[in-house]
Design a protein. Structure first.
Length: 407
């Protein structure tokens, strides 16, 4: 078994991640030593059973980032700090009973969103975005649609003004991409959340932020603001990529062609297939070993960082014995995580409603939609964390804008 670490960067995460994960598994087994930007070591958990073990044992594999044995080597301007934070008072790095309490606060705030209101906002904003392109006969369904829809819905549910949405989109994308503007994006998002929180403290309304500030758990403004940022980041980009990846599948795979002609069951099947085969969240940081242990045949030292290889685990041949078969209604994937720190169920439901509504509005409004470029020319963003298209050019027969007059 090889011991040479694999860089967690480079074009192969963009062009052929499935093959790369297979090679990692063949060379290293279910757990692979990797190197992050700046030569920082970590482990990538590839195996389905091993990932289940890591996410199911919050004591041995903790979410407490203070345990990391590499902090002395991490620079203040390390671009991955927004993804792997230190002493961030958010739910991501809270453990034990306090984490369960905060998860309950978030779930309660999201669960109180009326389903009819959620669907209304998703349809309204989706229609507005389609209105802006439908008369042209062509569009990029990533930059002009999928990348704009989830954050507009989430911003409205939070209590933001509609005109604040574009700035939040830019900040979120900069932060998640982990480039030169990552820290600036994080700063913009933090400032926006802090300002909205102060407004709702002074004048509560019927929105998610007001419900969180009214919670009796005694959370500080900083804690709530951090949780709001986590929810916004986790709810926007993966949902946008879920829309884009599902539309790509429907436009390029004959098995899902019926979805383009009114087959709504095919929409649900395509969305579930994407979560198995092309999940938006590929890898997640992370967990930290609380003591020396063994995992996947490797010695893990106390304080080592383990990254969760969600897509690699979903395609683990030990559990996917026929990788070419459609997954149907099987939802035993890791796309929403597992264990105490998995995505809260109300958040999953919101993401699914926004994504499915976004897809159905496209198919309703642009019924003869077709891919405008060869399928093999479609490219992905260069990120080992999230997998999404850079663009999805389509053509269609021009149609009139609804202007708010949906039948």
């Amino acid at each position: 078994m090889s011991t040479e670490a694999v860089p967690l960067s480079g074009p192969r995460f963009q062009t052929e991640p499935a093959r790369l994960y297979r090679e990692m598994r063949r060379e290293h087994g279910a757990v692979t030593p990797v190197v992050l930007d700046g030569g920082v070591p970590a482990w990538l958990v590839l195996g389905y059973r091993e990932l289940h073990q890591v996410t199911g044992d919050p004591v041995l594999f903790s979410r407490d980032s203070d345990l990391w044995n590499q902090w002395d080597t991490i620079a203040d301007d390390w671009p991955l700090l927004p993804m792997i934070g230190r002493k961030q008072p958010s739910i991501l790095y809270t453990v034990g009973e306090r984490h369960r309490e905060r998860a309950g606060m978030i779930s309660n705030a999201l669960e109180a969103v009326p389903p009819s209101e959620l669907r209304h906002y998703a349809e309204r904003f989706a229609d507005e975005l389609i209105d802006s392109v439908c008369a042209h006969g062509q569009a990029d369904l990533i930059g002009q649609y999928a990348m704009l829809l989830p954050v507009r819905v989430l911003a409205r549910l939070y209590g933001f003004l509609d005109e604040e949405g574009p700035g939040l989109v830019t900040a979120l994308n900069d932060m998640i991409d982990g480039g030169d503007r990552a820290l600036a994006g994080q700063s913009h998002l933090a400032t926006s959340m802090g300002e909205l929180l102060a407004q709702r403290r002074a004048a509560p309304a019927h929105d998610v932020v007001s419900r969180m500030t009214a919670d009796a758990g005694g959370y500080s403004d900083e804690e709530i603001a951090q949780d709001l940022m986590v929810m916004m980041a986790a709810g926007h980009q993966p949902t946008a990529d879920w829309i884009g990846n599902s539309l790509r599948l429907m436009l390029t795979d004959d098995r899902f062609a019926a979805s383009l002609f009114g087959g709504r069951n095919s929409v649900a099947e395509a969305m579930n297939e994407v979560l198995w085969e092309d999940t938006p969240t590929q890898n997640v940081a992370g967990r930290w070993a609380s003591r020396d242990t063994q995992l996947g045949g490797h010695h893990i030292r106390a304080g080592d960082l383990l990254l969760l290889g969600l897509q690699a685990a979903n395609s683990d041949p030990q559990v996917r014995t026929d990788g070419s078969a459609l997954t149907g209604g099987n939802s035993a994937h890791f796309s929403f995580g597992h264990g105490e720190h998995r995505c809260p169920f109300p958040a999953q439901e919101i993401a699914e409603v926004v994504a499915r509504t976004g897809i159905e509005v496209v198919l309703d409004r642009l019924p003869d939609i077709d891919l405008a470029v060869p399928a093999e020319s479609l490219t992905r963003r260069p990120s080992p964390w999230l997998r999404g298209l850079t663009e999805l050019p389509v053509r269609f027969t021009p149609t009139p804008a609804l202007g708010g007059n949906r039948p």
